[in-house]
Design a protein around this ligand. Structure first.
Ligand SMILES: [Zn+2]
Length: 124
């Protein structure tokens, strides 16, 4: 049972920068984990996300085994997963991070594939 998501500080700062630079569009990516800590993001190709909804199509999921989660931004300040997000989370498993506008460190949420919120620990 996962009760906490560990994210490297540099990655968290980078994700917030990405969210800001893509605004007012969304960005989406996959999170790579090493030793229980998310350390890297693979940004999903442009064209798979739009103004209102992020599309993570199953055919574009990376096959690498260290991809343990996803991240995407919500430019509309809704920090909850959409119905589409929940559907995707349930397919993918793992951990899902949502950054919502205005993308400060307080605007980051993590969810289990069930949609349950989970605490984020930023590690140096
Ligand atoms: Zn979403």
């Amino acid at each position: 049972m996962i009760d906490k998501v560990r994210v490297r500080k540099e990655l968290m700062e980078y994700l917030l920068e990405l969210a800001k630079s893509f605004y007012p569009n969304e960005f989406a990516g996959f999170l790579r984990e090493r030793d229980g800590v998310f350390e890297e993001v693979l940004i999903a190709p442009a064209g798979h996300f739009g103004r209102t909804s992020v599309f993570f199509n199953t055919w574009m999921l990376p096959l690498e085994h260290d991809i343990k989660g996803t991240v995407h931004s919500h430019p509309n300040h809704v920090c909850q997963p959409s119905q589409q997000d929940l559907w995707f989370f349930s397919k993918f498993g793992g951990i899902h991070i949502i950054l919502c506008y205005p993308f400060t460190p307080a605007d980051v949420r993590a969810f289990l594939s069930s949609g349950e919120p989970v605490e984020i620990e930023v590690v140096p």
